[in-house]
Design a binder for this molecule. Sequence first.
Ligand code: SF4
Length: 215
Amino acid sequence: MKKTDLKKLSSEIIRRFAAEYPDAVCHLEFRSPFELIVSTVLAAQCTDIRVNMVMTPLYKARYKKPTDILKDGIEGFRENIKSINFFNNKAKAVLSICETLENKFGGKVPGNMEDLTSLTGVGRKSASVVLGNCFGKKDVIIVDTHLKRVAARLGLIENDNPEKIETELKEIIPPDEQFHFSMRIGEHGRQICKAKKPDCGDCFLSDICISAFKV
Ligand code: SF4
């Protein structure tokens, strides 16, 4: 599809998403950038529900800042998160993040892509989640599994590589719409355009989707 046609298509999708999911939010529970960055790392290949179940009580009772996790040490932290997939490697990554936050950033989570992606286990996706949700950045595309699947079905992207997908979408979605688009397409992926069986019959995009009733 030509770039101008893609822009027209994306603008209609943005309009319909905004009407359908005006308040789409991050499914991870957090009260600070610190909580969100830790939960984002823990949520890789695990459900948000599980991470919330484990971490929300821990944030309230025990882990309010990086030094609280550092005080527990790797053994203590690992023990507390052991019902989360790949807890061993994730505990190591979180301890390393806490050390860097403490030693390099004065105990605070930095609000820019370069510093965030310098943290262990934090890629562009996790950094974008934090930047959009905690720092009010609107020009971030969050390339997660839902966005990849739904954007491909809608014909908005051709690539499979997350960085290329980010570039493709940044070319057709206005900067101040990118974060909301990411949240809303994620919601659409959870509610209607599901991985195994998209509900095209109930989808408000079926008249403009190239994959409608074909997946
Ligand atoms: S029409 Fe079907 S494939 Fe297209 S976005 Fe909707 S649910 Fe997904």
